[in-house]
Design a protein around this ligand. Structure first.
Ligand code: CTP
Ligand code: ZN
Length: 155
């Protein structure tokens, strides 16, 4: 691509979440708990032309690296995302998010009658990933099918 300037400048230290599914940059921000009270520079680019995806969103977070649970949540809504760790301006690690075939613990079943939602039942939520994009999860216990919107409502 013959671009004369960078759309968003490179960062010195932190994390670049690249190849986010179009329209989901703000959901990634939400998953990371970033709001008006957060410190640190956060840059968001939406609808950036991409060879791989057509268009993509990008989120750059300075001075922070992500924990595994945050990465797993991002995988649910942006299964093609890459997490780039930047130290002293260099990409020192590039990780493609990976959605496991079975999801344990990070989402709850939206069926209130599901055994996984009954208090005092020692039952952890389990979901099978039936499709990555658009997301389709099936509850192990009650068979409830959940999509991206159901998951986003919980983050
Ligand atoms: N980046 C950044 N600051 C840096 C280094 C990289 O913001 N100091 C960003 C780049 O702009 C890019 C992402 O981090 O969005 C990954 O950088 P790089 O691996 O150099 O880019 P590509 O090779 O294009 O990545 P990929 O192969 O994953 O598409
Ligand atoms: Zn259920």
């Amino acid at each position: 691509m013959s671009r004369k300037t960078l759309r968003v400048s490179k960062i010195k230290d932190g994390t670049v979440i690249d190849h986010i599914t179009k329209g989901h940059a703000l959901n990634v921000i939400k998953i990371l708990g970033i709001d008006g009270r957060s410190n640190g520079v956060v840059s968001i680019a939406m609808n950036v032309p991409s060879q791989k995806l057509g268009v993509k969103d990008i989120v750059k977070i300075e001075g922070r690296e992500l924990n595994p649970e945050e990465v797993d949540k991002i995988a649910l809504i942006a299964p093609h995302a890459t997490i780039n760790i930047i130290r002293n301006y260099k990409v020192v690690e590039k990780q493609r998010v990976k959605l496991p075939s079975v999801i344990l613990g990070i989402v709850k079943c939206t069926n209130p009658a599901c055994i996984s939602n009954i208090e005092n039942e020692p039952v952890k939520p389990i979901f099978y990933v039936e499709r990555e994009e658009p997301l389709r999860l099936r509850c192990h216990y009650c068979g409830k099918i959940m999509g991206k919107e159901d998951v986003l409502g919980q983050f």
